[in-house]
Design a protein around this ligand. Sequence first.
Ligand SMILES: O=C[C@H](O)[C@H](O)[C@H](O)COP(=O)(O)O
Length: 257
Amino acid sequence: FTGPVYHSRLSAPWARSSGMRMMATQDELKQQVGYKAVDDYVKSGMVVGLGTGSTAAFAVERLGQLLKDGTLKDIIAIPTSIRTKEQAEGLGIPLTTLDSHPNIDVAIDGADTVDNATLALVKGGGGALLREKIVEVQAKEFIVIVDESKMADGVGPHFDLPVEIIQFCHEHIRREVENLPSLKGCKAVLRMSGDKPYVTDNANYIVDCKFDTPIKDPVQAGAELLNVVGVVEHGLFLGMTTACIIAGKDGISVKTP
Ligand SMILES: O=C[C@H](O)[C@H](O)[C@H](O)COP(=O)(O)O
């Protein structure tokens, strides 16, 4: 299709009823971009990377619908977290792994921050950054789906940068991260789940790096982070975005780098 498709009257950014103007909820915006990504970018026969989070869940839902009604056939998908795997299994979406399908046609995922200028991303608010990155770097096309609240100028202050680290000596690793020259001024905080550290699908911990000002050189920051022994992966997704579908009060737009 050529323009936004709204899946219910209230899914439109605005809808009129008895003269009343109603804004779409954030969930409705997420549904719009999740559905549009699948409708526009997934074709029969593809290997599809399935992202994680409340926005990506709508794309997974749509893929399940289109497989069920026969619009799409011969799809095989790779989930980026245990919860996405469970959702996809529940919808009957055939699944595989990178071990047998290392070449992905298209991956679709949400983000915590999208830089307006470069489409650099911060990801990992839901803790899935490692599996997301290993899958999404293998995709010919990586489609990012967000509501407009995720758009920002630069990365850092808009949403804490998650860094996945091993459990062993995690306080030492946290300090090493905080003291990196390219992350100067950041405060690295161990992510908690109740009174215990949050544990990822890969049995690691996460530190969330808080910034007051945008990271000056995200490429350098990524390189320095990966150089810390004990850091497994970071949530900067740089130079990966093929297209970003954004839903906002004025409708849906698509940005490319
Ligand atoms: O680890 C989680 C992922 O990186 C998500 O893509 C990200 O947190 C965005 O999630 P949501 O769509 O729920 O805001």
